[in-house]
Design a protein around this ligand. Structure first.
Ligand SMILES: [Fe+2]
Length: 246
């Protein structure tokens, strides 16, 4: 799976890793449900228009070593910045979100998702990521995590990413579905650099994951509406982004 995902990403600029490609024996259902529960206590995204984008969010920069596993990077400035050029709706300002809770980051399931995504990255990036393996003072590959919930109700179609077709402004990013309930729409679309649609997929099974080369591809997510006669729907995702440090 690792070799195929990595080859796919290299060849196409993206790879879709289906939920069933995650090793179920390593991902106990009870542990995954515990991780899902971490999305129940997300604070509102203070920067989002809560009418058109009902978004709840935490954000952390991460460190990883084989010895310590995943930890929150408390040294690096936790500010999340995207240029106005990259994000026409929310870009151009420093955004500060509450850090992801330790109980989330320390979850074996969270680490498993992270490792599956890292294994899909090009080998030279993969090798440079473990700070304990190369130069302990300098981590060549930087990672951040975004823990996000979007909700919708009967009244309004909600746009999880109102910036439309866009890049996130990183080298690579991944989107993993954690939970989806009473939601219609929310189709992930991937485009080449000329804006031509090359792939679309609705993430429906928890753990469905897309890894994207953000330098060569663009992406979008369609509006979500509330389905199944329910009063509220929710779509929970975990995003990792990756950058090489200068
Ligand atoms: Fe995005």
């Amino acid at each position: 799976m690792t070799i195929n995902a990595s080859n796919c990403l290299k060849k196409n600029g993206f790879v879709f890793i289906t939920a069933d490609m995650f090793s179920k024996c390593e991902m106990a259902t009870s542990m995954f449900m515990k991780l899902q529960d971490e999305w129940e206590r997300l604070p509102p995204d203070a920067y989002a228009d809560m009418i058109r984008t009902k978004r709840f969010r935490r954000y952390s920069k991460l460190n990883y070593s084989q010895h310590a596993g995943l930890t929150t990077d408390i040294v690096t400035d936790p500010t999340f910045y995207q240029s106005a050029e990259i994000n026409s709706v929310y870009g151009g300002i420093d955004r500060r979100f509450p850090q992801i809770q330790q109980s989330t980051i320390q979850s074996p399931t969270f680490l498993r998702i992270f490792k599956v995504v890292v294994e899909a990255l090009p080998s030279h990036l993969r090798k440079s990521f473990d700070s304990s393996r190369s130069n302990p003072d300098r981590q060549a590959l930087k990672a951040s995590a975004h823990q996000i919930r979007c909700t919708c109700d009967k009244a309004t179609a909600v746009s999880p990413a109102p910036e439309g077709i866009h890049r996130d402004g990183h080298q690579f990013l991944s989107i993993t579905l954690i939970c989806r309930e009473n939601v219609n729409g929310g189709i992930s679309r991937i485009y080449d650099n000329k804006g031509r649609l090359v792939f679309e997929q609705k993430l429906t099974s928890p753990l469905d994951t897309i890894v994207i080369n953000d330098l060569t591809m663009m992406h979008s997510i369609s509006e979500i509406t509330c389905g199944n006669d329910a009063n509220e729907g929710k779509r929970d995702i975990l995003i990792f982004d990756f950058d090489l440090s200068p």
